[in-house]
Each structure stands twice: as C-alpha cells, then as structure tokens.
Design a protein around this ligand. Structure first.
Ligand SMILES: [Zn+2]
Length: 335
C-alpha cells in the first residue's frame, strides 16, 4: 500500500506530499468527504510518510522499515485511531488522548492521532479536543476524518488544514474493480461502478454482495410497474404488502432514490453518463416520458426527508404509504 494505491484522490495527496516536501506539515488536519473515498487510508499513508526512515527522493514511504511496517499493520505505538463507541466519541476518549499526547513519541518523529467519524464527537468531547488543538505539542499531528464538516465545532475547523476528498469517477472505480478482480464480468463492473456513487468503499461492498443484486432486481421490477396516475382502490393494501416484505429499509430507499434520480437526469439532460442503473436504461427512458418534473422532484424531496423520519423512528408503514402516494402521483391527479 502506498499513496499510489489510493484511487482518485490525486489532489488531496498532492497537497499532503507538497507539505512534506516543503516541511510545512500542519499540526491538525480535517479530511472531509463521502464514506469510502479513501480518507482513512490516506491518513495512514501520511503517517507512514512523515515517519519513514528511508523516504525516497519522491518522498514516498519505503514500506519496509520498522516504522512503515508497524504503521501499515496499525500496530505502531505512535499511531492512535479514535473511533465512535456506540455511535459517539465521548469525552473520556479525548481525555485519554490528551493525557497520552503529552508524552513524546516512542520511536517515531511524529505521533499521529486519527479521529475517525469526528462528526460523532459529543459537544463535551469537542470542547476537550479544542484545548489540544489550540496548543499541540510540536511532535503531534491530529487528523480528523469526517463526511460532513458542519457538525464539527467552528473553533476546531478554523485551526485545521482542511483537505477535501471528492467523489471518485465511475471510470476510475471500474478500472479499480477490473484490476482488483480479474474474473469480474465487464458488465458487472460497469453496473457496480455506477451504483457505488463515487465511493470505492461502496463498490467493494457491492462486489461481494450477491444478495444485494437479487434484492435490487426485485425492487426495480416493482418500481417499473409503478406509473403516475395508475392506482386502484386497493392502494393501501399494496403498500401494506410492500412494507411487510421489506427488511432492509435504508437499502431499499436508496435503490428507490437512485431510480427516480436517474429518471430525472434522463428527463432533464438525456445524458446517460450519470445514470446509476445503467442496465435499466430502456425502462428509465420510458418512465422519463411519463413522469412530470414536478412529481419527480416531489418524490426525491420526500426521500431526503425520510432519512430523518427513520432516525426519529416514524412508523415505517406511514412513511411508505406517503411515498407510494407520491410515486403514483395521487396528489397531482386530484388537483
Ligand atoms: Zn519506511
């Protein structure tokens, strides 16, 4: 593993290697970007590069020295990764870090703290971390990893060097999949690279998820039977049946979201390049002719809100009833 193995983040890596070259390493960073875009891998590679005993002239870590080898295995005494425990990073975890950070590195030049899913820090934990970030010891680097920057305390953000991790192009994801798995069929790599929506992490999950593709076929078959204005008196019986059959609500909602997003893209741009369900083009095109822009936006807006409803434990049946009403455009037919 080296910086070269990280897919599609050339810009972020260039900023980091430039700071190494010019010896202008910051004491705290925020790596921000969607899940599965290589933030943690980059943080670990950066830890290697700042500590490697035999850096080459391009400032790449050697992968062989004791420091590189321990860091690769995440067994270095000078690399600490802090992660949420039961969905939050608590003040005790940051207090522990503050205690430790006062001790010089055991054997490396720099001691690195990676705080993964930093947006999950409680407010107490954030305030405690702020004290360290204000006066970090010269040998320490703190890297906060998050998918969104808004939940991070602004006083922390203002003291960190922010590095953005963009979504990875489907072309690069496809190339990565074909290199990684020589047996994968071209068509499958194409579909996965689009469904992964810019995330290598999602692509890797999909690669080994046969059941996902079976469920996807079922859901998309169902969606292709739905059209605006086509509903009978048994509308709620249909929803009831649908709800009773769904066990992976988030996954199904994500499939539904991509479906309608695809239809909207075709309707507005006619461009197939950004279609996630690239194997269903024909039916998507058909749907794009019968759905109005208004209904599509209404469905997609509602699906955005549904994520919040689920967190707040709103009844699953109510959510799907409302969704179904929107999918068949009842509200528009009554107008
Ligand atoms: Zn090395």
């Amino acid at each position: 593993m080296s910086f070269n193995d990280i897919v599609g983040q050339e810009r972020a890596i260039k900023i980091l290697t430039k700071s190494l070259k010019e010896n202008k390493i910051s004491s705290s960073y925020i790596f921000v970007g969607s899940e599965g875009t290589g933030k943690k891998l980059t943080a670990i590679e950066f830890t290697k590069a700042v500590n490697c005993l035999n850096l080459n002239k391009d400032l790449e870590a050697c992968e062989d020295c004791q420091s590189c080898s321990e860091i690769s295995k995440q067994r270095s005494p000078d690399l600490k990764i802090i992660e949420p425990i039961k969905n939050s990073i608590k003040i005790e975890q940051i207090r522990e870090m503050r205690k430790e950070i006062g001790l010089k590195p055991f054997k490396n030049r720099k001691k690195i703290y990676i705080i993964d899913k930093a947006e999950k820090m409680t407010i107490e934990a954030s305030n405690c971390l702020l004290k360290t970030i204000e006066e970090p010891p010269y040998y320490a680097i703190i890297i906060l990893i998050c998918s969104k920057i808004d939940p991070i305390l602004p006083t922390i953000v203002s003291r960190c060097h922010i590095i953005n991790f963009g979504l990875i192009s489907s072309y690069k994801i496809k190339e990565f999949l074909l290199n990684k798995n020589k047996n994968i069929e071209k068509e499958k790599s194409e579909i996965i690279s689009k469904l992964a929506q810019g995330s290598i992490g999602s692509a890797l999950k999909l690669l080994s998820a046969e059941e996902y593709f079976i469920r996807r076929e079922e859901v998309l078959d169902y969606l292709s039977t739905i059209s605006p204005g086509k509903y009978g008196d048994d509308i709620f019986a249909k929803v009831e049946k649908m709800v009773s059959e769904i066990d992976r609500v988030e996954e199904v909602l994500e499939m539904i979201k991509l479906w309608y997003r695809d239809i909207l893209i075709i309707k507005n741009t006619g461009d197939q390049k950004y279609i996630a369900n690239c194997d269903k083009l024909e039916i998507l095109e058909e749907k794009s002719k019968i759905y109005s822009q208004e209904i599509l936006i209404d469905i997609l807006d509602y699906l955005e809100k549904v994520e919040e409803y689920l967190i707040k434990n709103v009844n699953k049946r109510l959510i799907f009833e409302r969704l179904y009403i929107k999918m068949v455009g009842v509200e528009y037919c009554l107008k």
